[in-house]
Design a protein around this ligand. Structure first.
Ligand code: GLN
Length: 307
């Protein structure tokens, strides 16, 4: 039995000298003004344990961490048919890259880069109005986190829409290959709102716990996905969850993980725990610098690396 409180305190001590380093995302004002000195960590274990330290109860913009949950939701709805529309290979490219799409006929490399996430969001929309799909995604996260306070930050969603030229290009380009079925404007509106979900480390750790536990949330006992799906989602997080820095994250941390430009990372220690960290300063690949250091420390201290 791990001393969880001691663990999170030790991890926080390990990274304390680095707090505040990295560059906060500045493409929208709501993210640019976040204090880079925030640091939060929360752990939820498969046997019901929890521990948290730092700013673990402060909501932050989960951004691309949402891609794990929309992937889960879409797989639950359309099953393996999703893999006809999106691949499962690491891209080796930045999160918002367009270069591979032309050569690969509008089939994005994987569901955790922006191009792939837009296709996943299109699969969730499936003819619904964006506000319905957004409400469904929000409900899904509230259920997974078992917390009705999970919300969409409307200011972030609005700014994403005002500055989302690259995402609009990706969606239009994919649609030109016939791999987006709904109006591009609807796909973008839904995608910008899912990126704008605001959650705390504690909520995020609980929301990801089913991935550590063979697809079942051990707290409420409900099945979210089958065991094969959970295993596969973990594999995709491991190989693709940090874009062109996924190899480095596997090398250093050895856990399936998904990052977002808000500075959050969700990591899964299969059969053991779900861990959420938040530190807004990013490295050159757009992943949380101190967040990854914290997970590296946690992995070393626990031996939870899958390798
Ligand atoms: N909203 C961001 C975008 O789509 C999310 C990117 C990220 O978190 N890596 O560009």
């Amino acid at each position: 039995m791990t001393d969880l409180a001691g663990l999170v305190a030790a991890v926080r001590e390990d990274i304390a000298p680095q707090i505040g380093t990295g560059r906060v995302a500045d493409y929208i004002p709501a993210l640019a003004r976040v204090d880079p000195r925030h640091f939060g960590i929360a752990i939820a274990t498969c046997d019901g344990g929890t521990a948290a330290a730092g700013d673990a109860d402060l909501p932050f913009s989960i951004q691309s961490v949402s891609k794990v949950f929309t992937l889960t939701l879409a797989l639950g709805r359309v099953g393996d048919a999703l893999w006809r529309r999106v691949g499962r290979e690491p891209s080796g490219s930045p999160f918002n890259s367009i270069v591979q799409l032309e050569r690969e006929q509008g089939i994005p490399r994987n569901p955790l880069i922006n191009a792939g996430a837009l296709v996943v969001t299109d699969a969730i929309l499936a003819g619904r109005r964006p506000e319905i799909a957004i409400a469904e995604i929000l409900m899904y996260l509230r259920e997974l986190a078992d917390d009705p306070r999970v919300a969409v930050d409307r200011e972030v969603a609005q700014s994403e829409a005002e500055t989302g030229f690259r995402n609009a290009s990706l969606a239009n380009f994919i649609r030109s290959f016939g791999n987006i079925a709904n109006p591009v404007a609807s796909v973008l509106e839904t995608y910008f709102n899912q990126c704008a979900l605001a959650m705390t480390c504690r909520q995020l750790a609980h929301a990801g716990l089913f991935l550590a536990n063979g697809g079942i949330d051990p707290v409420g006992g409900q099945r979210v996905v089958g065991p094969d799906e959970a295993r596969r989602i973990n594999a995709i997080m491991m190989t693709c969850g940090h874009y062109d820095a996924s190899g480095d994250f596997a090398f250093r941390v050895g856990l399936p993980g998904k990052s977002g430009v808000g500075g959050g990372i969700l990591a899964v220690a299969p059969r053991r725990a779900s861990i959420a960290v938040w530190s807004p300063g990013l490295n050159a690949s757009g992943n949380s610098l101190v967040g990854a250091l914290a997970l590296e420390s946690l992995s070393r201290r626990t031996g939870w690396s899958v390798f």
